[in-house]
Design a protein around this ligand. Structure first.
Ligand code: PLP
Length: 392
């Protein structure tokens, strides 16, 4: 059975937990999206921008020197870091902006954590000549000043959010508030497979090009399917983008890597699946970090893009039905992964992506001989050099 169902549920997860004022606009969005995904004109336009503008297909690169560090793993990297703007996020913002244009919306809003989704949204808005406002936590604005500057250069307005923990979750609250007030002329581009239906489905659809390409490329090179897929999970869009095309290939083991911050026992992490409970956040039912009273907890990760207390509902579903395993990788392990990839391959990964790399040594110790892995290299590390300079 394919998920989500008509009401946007992935098993018990997902759905649309939103104020009534948003119900009609979500329905309008769903209708437009449902038509667009079957429409040749939409598909051609999306494919055109992915190829000519963003730089798809991305390489599936055999990382030989990285592989030589391990006993049992042969490692391929799906190079989303090579896309325009340096991460997978552009796949989704191009898809959503083409939809916004179809719906006649003139104003684009988005939330951002690390600033990568903000940059990808500002990029797409500039490309299509639409007005763009980005909500960003004041804490993240400090951590990611380079991305703030990039957004402004492209003509976007960056609105600092000073409520709550001043990070991604709070930015998303403010963006939803804005949307409720300005639904008629405004399109809200959500940056991950989170939020109310149809966003988790829509973002998955736009990101699933990653897995479709990787599956084809891997089979051409290896004449089989990979043993493992590994990707970091914040909201979960690069991971779901890779995983989705392999859902029915049950021999392929799927591993999502959450940010374990200072350790899963420390209480300071962002591991919603490994250490959370079922609840509702940002219009969707999923696993999330909350207190026993149901208050959303502050998440922690060294990687701003993983620093989110929730996770997309489809990941909670994959976990529930046993299709994927989820593990936690600490800040420290991520830094080890970052150095390892930089020094063996000359590729500096984003701190988010470094969590997926950081997991490989643990995977190697339990994998069978001659196992193959595709790692989603979700983004490049240039945006993080200031943070890295303090840590390394
Ligand atoms: C935003 C981001 C992530 C986390 O978001 P997902 O929706 O979980 O993919 C991971 N890697 C990079 C490079 C990012 O920019």
């Amino acid at each position: 059975m394919s998920v989500p169902d008509k009401s946007g549920h992935f098993g018990e997860f997902g759905g649309k937990y939103v104020p009534e004022t948003l119900m009609s606009v979500l329905e309008e969005l769903e209708t437009t999206f449902t038509k667009a995904r079957k429409d040749k004109k939409f598909k051609d336009e999306f494919a055109y921008y992915l190829k000519e503008y963003a730089g798809r297909p991305t390489n599936l690169y055999l990382a030989k020197r990285l592989t030589s560090q391990f006993k049992n793993l042969k490692i391929y990297l799906k190079r989303e870091d090579l896309l325009h703007t340096g991460a997978h996020k552009i796949n989704n913002t191009l898809g959503q902006i083409i939809l916004a244009k179809r719906m006649g919306k003139k104003r684009i809003i988005a939330e951002t954590g690390a600033g990568q989704h903000g940059v990808a949204t500002a990029t797409a808005a500039a490309l299509f000549g639409l007005q763009c406002e980005i909500y960003m936590g004041a804490e993240d604005i400090n951590r990611q000043s380079l991305n703030v500057f990039r957004m402004k250069l492209m003509g976007a307005k960056v609105i600092p959010v000073t409520s709550g923990s001043k990070t991604l979750k709070d930015a998303m609250n403010e963006a939803i508030r804005d949307w409720v007030t300005n639904v008629r002329n405004t399109f809200y581009i959500i940056g991950s497979v989170a939020g109310p239906h149809p966003y988790p489905l829509m973002v998955r659809e736009f990101q699933s090009v990653i897995g479709r390409e990787a599956r084809r490329q891997f089979r051409a090179k290896e004449k089989r399917l990979p043993s493992y897929l590994v990707a970091c999970v914040g909201g979960g869009s690069n991971a779901m983008g890779l995983f989705h095309a392999f859902f029915n290939d049950t021999q392929v083991k799927i591993i999502g890597v959450e940010a374990a911050g200072h350790g899963l026992q420390s209480g300071e992490h962002s591991a919603a699946i490994c250490a959370g409970q079922t609840g509702v956040l940002h219009g969707s039912k999923s696993q999330l970090l909350q207190t026993s009273e149901g208050q959303v907890k502050i998440a922690h990760s060294i990687a701003a893009g993983l620093d989110y207390p929730g996770v997309g509902p489809e990941h909670s579903y994959y976990k529930k039905i046993g299709r994927a395993d989820y593990v936690g990788v600490t800040d420290k392990e991520a830094i080890i992964g970052l150095k390892l990839l930089s020094q063996t391959e000359g590729i500096i990964p984003a701190l988010e992506t470094s969590h997926a790399i950081g997991y490989l040594s643990r995977l190697d110790s339990k994998a069978k001989k001659n196992s193959t892995v595709i790692v989603c290299l979700s983004g490049r590390g240039d945006k993080d050099v200031n943070t890295m300079k303090e840590l390394i």
